[in-house]
Design a protein around this ligand. Structure first.
Ligand SMILES: Nc1nc2c(ncn2[C@@H]2O[C@H](COP(=O)(O)OP(=O)(O)OP(=O)(O)O)[C@@H](O)[C@H]2O)c(=O)[nH]1
Length: 800
């Protein structure tokens, strides 16, 4: 799988180390960067100007901590402090008059605090995020918690636990259950805790057995280094004929030159999807001209070159897709052949259909009953008449401006009208969040609006002359990563939004930020094309240096994360002002930029070719009652295959069947739909309770067989041991356990480097055995999965 080219030929840990720079990691321990400090001083002054001495006990430290929590958002900090801390002061004063038992206890604690620590200088000697243990228990509980993590922020004692969203509460409950299970596990000799790769890098590296230790990389290469390397790679990589695709089966006529891929699967691809060599073999490295250069340059440069080279060849996904496109030609040739269906059970056929990377086998042509349409032929006929649909997932660190940017895009492209925006503005002003009016186009729930964060994926669509785009606005907050994974699983490409304002890019890019995790995740889910929207440049007076600085750091990281340079582009923009989103910036505003707007860039991104001939697979994203005529409706994106009115479907897990009564593609009634379409299927003959979000619908004659236990080839992002995990596949999210570490594999050729390892290090490719805790899951060979533990994404991989 191409996504795992992330670390195809390199040590991911070392690469992250290189590109983060040591400073990033020590930053966590040593406090804020100079830029953060300057921003903090400025923001503190602004807050003080507004609040003055209204809240006598409000220390600069508390303001600073709140500012830090809100990433220097002065408006939100003031709102919070006035509403919450101010209110608590008043309550405290009232309570002091008639102390109740609880309040007395509370004041006893306070009175025991040494005088120097109760003064406004309480925080003066305290670095952010590093409260001396002696002072921790002495902080005031938040009187009226405002939501997730607030009690943590203000050192809440738990007297009044923070209100959490349903999602957060669920996550909390799950984590608690997981922790309990993990402690059971630990007592039986296995560790349930994932050691964060980033933590590992930020601190002392643990002792790694010599056999698995990899060469540490040196300092981060600079952009000039990269471009020199790119030139070297270009010089030394044999030229592939630009319009001549290289296929595994060269005799089969291929698809259009611009839609096919240009080389055989890479070594890592073969490792990820090919057969495992079950012997511990000696790995003889093929030495090419390019390899020879590697040996004469620094390890980091070598890694960067390898990454570039790795992603300049087609991914295994691409190879499969190309082969699948070819299969149209094959089916024409072999139409007269007798299908061997009698010998193969329908389940096997389903699994066979998803067989990855074996493109030499001729697929058995689907038998089309007399009264049924040949959907593939219909699709071919209709192609020229309809606009291609592409799904784009919008990702990025919390508050980077994703929703605002997409709200702006929908507004400026006419999807949302002036009246609606005005209404949102007024409503937002009422609750003191006027700057969020555009974001409200996407953040529709009360909770999202009140908290100013996106929780679930918002789906919207807009059209340009060239194409139709479905936007999946993913939440940036780390608590909602599972929702973000669900969005990424349905995406053709990604828009990564970066906040360019001082300290914000750094906050998103460092260890705790979501910029890197999101980028790695979307790549892991198979997304190849990424557009970086360098946002909020209005706050930076459209400073070219800042844009270049972000571009340089991001390019280096994205190359390491497995994106080919040609699939990465950077757009300077401001979602709030709308400059360079749909319309060009005003004359003279950005003199140094003459490139495309964000929408123009989106139009150049081609949707991924889908396997439409294969048996149907669609994960249910939503289930609802559609009225008298359409009693039960499911929605989702068809991942593989096609569907037509009259098809008999089966819902997996389980064997409940339903007939397709009607289809809507992009809200338009249709007779059929193919992979890549966002659809609503109106079903007959099934009750709603048999349809669950995350279930997979298949054609009844080609179902998949749910799995209770399976082997997966995974790329570890964190250290893994036999441990409790959450298994994610799009909307599906279930708990399970890594029961066995089967082997670690060589990333170059897939051979086993170590059988039954004691642990799997970050950046390693490995085979593990996974047992599902509850009911079997609708997974099959080739299903892409993400594994999470303790709130971290610990691995991504593919079911073997
Ligand atoms: N000056 C300026 N502010 C912006 C811009 N884009 C967004 N903002 C502000 O940044 C804040 C956060 O914006 P959102 O759009 O909610 O951010 P988000 O990334 O969608 O947030 P989550 O979905 O919760 O992660 C709001 O106050 C916006 O008004 C911009 O281009 N310029």
């Amino acid at each position: 799988m191409s996504r795992h080219k992330i670390v195809r030929t390199m040590n991911l840990a070392d690469e992250l180390d290189d590109f983060d720079g040591e400073d990033d990691y020590y930053e966590e321990d040593e406090g804020m960067s100079p830029a953060d400090k300057a921003r903090m001083a400025n923001s503190l002054r602004q807050v003080r100007e507004v609040i003055g001495d209204d809240i006598p006990t409000l220390t600069d430290g508390k303001i600073e901590e709140t500012l830090w929590y809100y990433y220097f958002d002065v408006e939100r900090t003031i709102t919070y402090l006035l509403n919450q801390v101010g209110a608590s002061e008043k309550k405290k004063q009232k309570k002091a008059a008639v102390p109740e038992p609880k309040a007395r206890e509370y004041f006893t604690t306070i009175s025991s605090i040494s005088p120097e620590h109760t003064s406004p200088g309480f925080w003066d000697d305290t670095p952010f995020g590093s409260i001396p243990p002696g002072r921790r228990g002495e902080l005031l509980p938040p009187p009226s918690p405002i939501g997730f993590r607030m009690s943590g922020l203000l050192g809440g004692s738990g007297i009044q636990p923070a209100k959490t969203s349903k999602l957060a509460a669920l996550a909390k409950a799950r984590n608690k259950a997981k922790a309990e299970k993990a402690s059971d596990t630990t007592s039986s000799g296995t560790s349930g805790t994932a050691v964060s790769l980033l933590d590992r890098l930020s601190k002392k590296k643990p002792d790694i057995p010599p056999a698995t230790r990899e060469t540490p990389a040196s300092a981060a290469p600079t952009v000039p280094n990269i471009s020199k390397l790119e030139q070297l790679v270009e010089k030394t990589t044999p030229d592939l004929p630009k319009n001549e695709p290289v296929h595994n089966t060269p005799s089969i006529p291929g698809p259009e030159p611009d839609t096919v891929l240009k080389a055989a699967p890479s070594g890592f691809a073969k490792s990820m999807f090919g057969k495992r060599i079950d012997e511990t073999v000696e790995f003889k490295q093929e030495v090419t001209d390019t390899e020879l250069i590697y040996f004469s340059i620094a390890p980091t440069q070598k890694a960067a070159m390898k990454a570039k080279q790795a992603f300049d060849v087609p991914s295994p996904d691409d190879v499969v897709i190309a082969a699948q496109s070819q299969s149209k030609g094959i089916s024409k040739v072999s139409k007269g052949e007798k299908p061997s269906s009698s010998a193969i059970t329908s389940i096997q056929k389903g699994v066979e259909a998803l067989k990855v990377a074996d493109t030499s086998e001729k697929p058995v042509p689907a038998k089309i009953p007399r009264n049924k349409l040949d959907v593939v032929a219909e699709y071919e006929k209709s192609k020229s008449k309809r606009k291609e649909n592409a799904n784009l997932v919008v990702i990025g660190h919390v508050d980077a401006g994703k929703s605002t940017l997409m709200g702006r895009l929908l507004y400026d492209s006419g999807v949302v009208d002036e009246r609606t925006i005005q209404k949102y503005k007024q409503e937002a002003e009422k609750i003191g969040k006027s700057s969020f009016a555009l974001a409200w186009v996407l953040d529709q729930t009360g909770e999202e609006r009140a908290r100013g964060v996106t929780i679930d994926i918002a789906v919207n669509a807009f059209e340009t002359e060239r194409g139709r785009f479905t936007i999946l606005d993913a939440p940036g907050h780390r608590d909602f990563i599972p929702n973000m994974i669900a969005g990424a699983a349905q995406a053709d490409f990604a828009v990564l939004v970066i906040d360019s304002s001082p300290g914000e890019f750094e906050a998103g890019f460092n260890v705790r930020g979501q910029t890197k995790e999101h980028a790695l995740l979307v790549r892991s889910m198979g997304v190849q094309r990424i557009i970086i929207a360098v946002n909020k440049l209005d706050l930076m007076h459209w400073d070219q240096e800042r844009f270049d600085e972000i571009k340089q750091q991001m390019s280096q990281f994205l190359t390491t994360a497995g994106f080919q340079a040609k699939n990465v582009s950077f757009i300077p923009c401001s979602g709030l002002t709308g400059d360079n989103i749909v319309r060009k910036p005003a004359d003279g505003l950005v003199p140094w930029y003459s490139g495309p707007t964000l929408v123009e860039e989106l139009e150049t991104a081609k949707p991924v070719i889908k396997a439409i001939e294969k048996p149907l697979r669609m994960t249910i994203a939503d289930v609802y009652r559609g009225g008298v005529t359409n009693p039960v409706t499911i929605s989702g994106r068809i991942e593989i295959g096609n569907v037509q009115v009259g098809d008999l479907l089966v819902v997996v897990p389980g064997d409940e069947k339903a007939t397709v009564k009607g289809i809507e593609v992009d809200n338009q009634a249709a007779e059929w739909a193919v992979a890549g379409n966002n659809v609503q299927l109106h079903l007959a003959g099934i009750e709603m309770e048999y349809l669950k979000i995350g279930d997979v619908v298949c054609r009844a004659d080609s179902p998949l067989m749910p799995l209770k236990e399976f082997e997966a080839k995974i790329l570890a992002f964190e250290s893994l041991t036999p441990m409790m995990i959450d298994i994610h596949r799009g909307r599906l999210n279930a708990s399970g356990r890594i029961t066995k570490l089967v082997a670690t594999l060589d990333k170059g050729n897939g051979s086993v480097t170590k059988k039954k390892p004691r642990y799997i290090g970050p950046g390693s490719l490995a085979v593990v055995n996974i047992a599902v805790t509850g009911a079997p899951l609708p997974l099959e060979k080739g299903s892409k999965i993400v594994l999470r533990a303790d709130g971290l994404t610990v691995a991504a991989g593919v079911v073997e």
